[in-house]
Design a protein around this ligand. Structure first.
Ligand SMILES: [Zn+2]
Ligand SMILES: [Zn+2]
Length: 365
């Protein structure tokens, strides 16, 4: 079957819209007609080879759409079902067996190799192989082949569905970090560093958890958005009076820090601000050589926890339906932080996302 896809052919070069051939779904595979797909930082750093995905490749890993056809062994969904696509996991390693699939021991080969276990990519441009299966989906396209295990059936209307793809990665990461990993409690003081898609969905989750949330963000329009979404304050970390402003906003100290920047010096600064028994969650795809200097005595006497987090410690089958319920009840208004673009305008969407108030570009294939 012919599909339309945004193809990454060269690091740091724009995506090209092309017609490709896609295989029929086999065994436990499903073909999804993609209605919406979020653009995530991980797509960009994969195109640019910080994550060395073999090019040419179809990236995209925050897809939502409708099941069109299923392989012979699929029982989880049927044609016509609405689904959100998430990452792939093996289902049987120690992490998967204990309901922590984001730490699957096979995470890298399953999500970044671009090929099925038998070596086939599932996508071709004429005779040329094109890497597919990015995060088990490659959804910067009109259609995606996914595994049964990485789709989650959702009960929403067709108008909302395209905006919910990022529940499979960015929004799940931000919300899950606050709700699962840092297990924020009502009345706790939470600092979120960086107001991109992960940080802003963490602001929404902070409101759900009833924390006193402060967002640290350089972009003024994003600070304004965070206040609208329930943050108690939003501060410019470069302001000379920053520490006084933070102390005024969060009397009693900082219980939890959620860092989305991955910048060593920034992380060190905020660990130093934690109250006794405080916790910092680290989530960014940092530059490969990023190091953080920890004052061990201070960590010990204050009982500080430093936690790395992937995909918000979420089990997609459990957590995505939970977020959908929050969305339907108006507590997780993804439409306020997203902006839609036709798939053809993917390069413009990436440029705009860097500097605008909205934090999630959603492509509509
Ligand atoms: Zn596994
Ligand atoms: Zn992502």
């Amino acid at each position: 079957m012919k599909i339309t896809a945004a193809v990454a052919r060269q690091a740091k070069a724009p995506f090209a819209i092309e017609e490709l051939d896609i295989d029929e779904p086999r065994g436990k595979e499903i073909r999804v007609r993609v209605l919406g797909v979020g653009v995530c930082h991980t797509d960009i750093i994969s195109r640019d080879q910080q994550i060395p995905v073999q090019l040419p490749a179809v990236l995209g890993h925050e897809g939502a759409g409708i099941v069109e056809s299923v392989g012979s062994e699929v029982s989880k969904v049927a044609p016509g079902d609405k689904v959100v696509m998430s990452f792939l996991s093996c289902g049987h390693c120690p992490s998967c067996a204990s309901s922590s699939p984001s730490y699957c021991h096979e995470f890298a080969p399953l999500n970044f190799l671009g090929r099925r276990p038998d070596g086939s990519p599932g996508l071709r441009s004429g005779a040329e192989e094109v890497s597919g299966r990015f995060f088990g989906q490659s959804s910067f396209a009109s259609h995606a082949i996914v595994e049964e295990s990485n789709v989650v059936k959702v009960d929403v209307d067709e108008v909302s569905l395209p905006l919910l793809g990022a529940l499979g990665c960015g929004f799940q990461t931000g919300a899950g970090s606050i709700m699962n990993s840092l297990a924020c409690q009502p009345g706790e003081n939470l600092v979120i560093v960086g107001g991109g898609a992960v940080g802003m969905s963490a602001v929404l989750a902070g409101a759900i958890c009833e924390t006193n949330t402060v967002l640290i963000e350089l972009n003024e329009s994003r600070r304004a958005l965070a206040i609208e979404l329930g943050a108690k304050a939003a501060l410019d970390g470069n302001d000379p009076d920053f520490l006084e402003q933070l102390a005024a906003a969060l009397p009693g100290g900082v219980n939890k820090v959620f860092d989305t920047t991955g910048i060593g010096s920034v992380i060190e600064k905020f660990i130093g601000l934690l109250a006794p028994r405080g916790m910092v969650g680290l989530v960014a795809a940092a530059a490969a050589d990023t190091k953080v200097a920890l004052d061990v005595t201070q960590l010990v006497i204050r009982g500080i926890t430093v936690k790395g987090i992937l995909e918000g410690d979420s089990h997609p089958d459990v957590f995505i339906p939970k977020l959908v319920e929050h969305f339907k009840a108006g507590r997780f208004p993804v439409e306020k932080i997203s902006k839609t673009f036709p798939l053809d305008n993917i390069n413009q969407a990436i440029d705009e996302q860097k500097t605008s108030a909205f934090v999630k570009a959603v492509l509509l294939p």
